[in-house]
Design a protein around this ligand. Sequence first.
Ligand SMILES: [Zn+2]
Ligand SMILES: [Zn+2]
Length: 363
Amino acid sequence: MITLPAPCYLCGENAVLEGLCASCYAKEHPLIHVDTPLQIRTCKRCGAVKVPGGWKVITGPLPAKDELIERQLEMLLHQSVKHHVSGVEISLEEENRLDRVLHIRVNASGRSHNTLPSHQESYPLEVRFSHGTCDTCGMMSGGYYNAILQIRADNRTLTEYEEEKINTIVTQRTVEAYGKDVKAFITSASKDKYGLDFRIGSEHLCRRLADEIERTFLADKKVNYKLVGQKGGKDQYRTTILLRLHRFVTGDFIRVATKPCQILSMSKKGISCYDLTESSTFTINPKSSKWKGIEFLAPSSESRQCMVISRQRGQPAQLMDSKTYEMLEVEDHLLNPESKNGSVVHVVQIDKRFYRCPKPRQS
Ligand SMILES: [Zn+2]
Ligand SMILES: [Zn+2]
């Protein structure tokens, strides 16, 4: 006995699923649904799109107009198109563009049922644009800030290296937080003889920046709160974080406990020191009991380039300053055994004694 397929109850073709042929099944079970017209509100400064509960920003560098509109439409459709099945691919075709109205075609391709072949659907859509100012741009243009980050150095100005490094940290972390924290912006950045000041929208961002700069430069941190007003019966505070970088930088001379040392490098782990009396290296970290007693001795510029004039066992080595031709003496055991007459060495005078030091480094 042969069973004939039942006819589709809508068109009479051979039915394949639930009494319908493939094409009638697809018409009865569309892939997507999209209402028309749709409204979209965008920020005229940064291109962000208004979504329920806030604004969704365009991340990365602001694209050119056509790409910006495309990305804004993607955001709009992401929240406005209802998907009835999964695995649907959507593409857009622009049909007509006026100043604030865009006519597009939304194409969808996919399967209405996993036993059926893929098919295409197409819907006309009118999008009406309106422009506004997002919360972030509004606060920024109004000069709003909730925290201040101040960076100073102890008894000196910030070095170029320090300023550059700090600006890089501030820029990178702000870009990373953009779009996640509505107040993640720098309202103003200023530089004067005392150091750097940043006025920041978000206290959270300010704290993140301060923590990273503190760790990078082993700086001292002080946090202050200032009452700036009241809102809804609650006191409103503004946070100021002051970071003070050490007097010393890489290459400078410091005393750790009783030992005169040269700083070879500074990092989150601590200070790597060259012990001038022992000609050895060690690292001291902020948790060490000796940390608080670190004393600044001399800047790296105090080191002098000299030439070895004579060395004799059991006698101090005789050196000549390459700039002033002054003769000076260094205990022989402090010099490298390879340093022969005519070799160039660097020395520094501390407590009226000369010590050999590694070649000075710049930071
Ligand atoms: Zn049919
Ligand atoms: Zn904006």
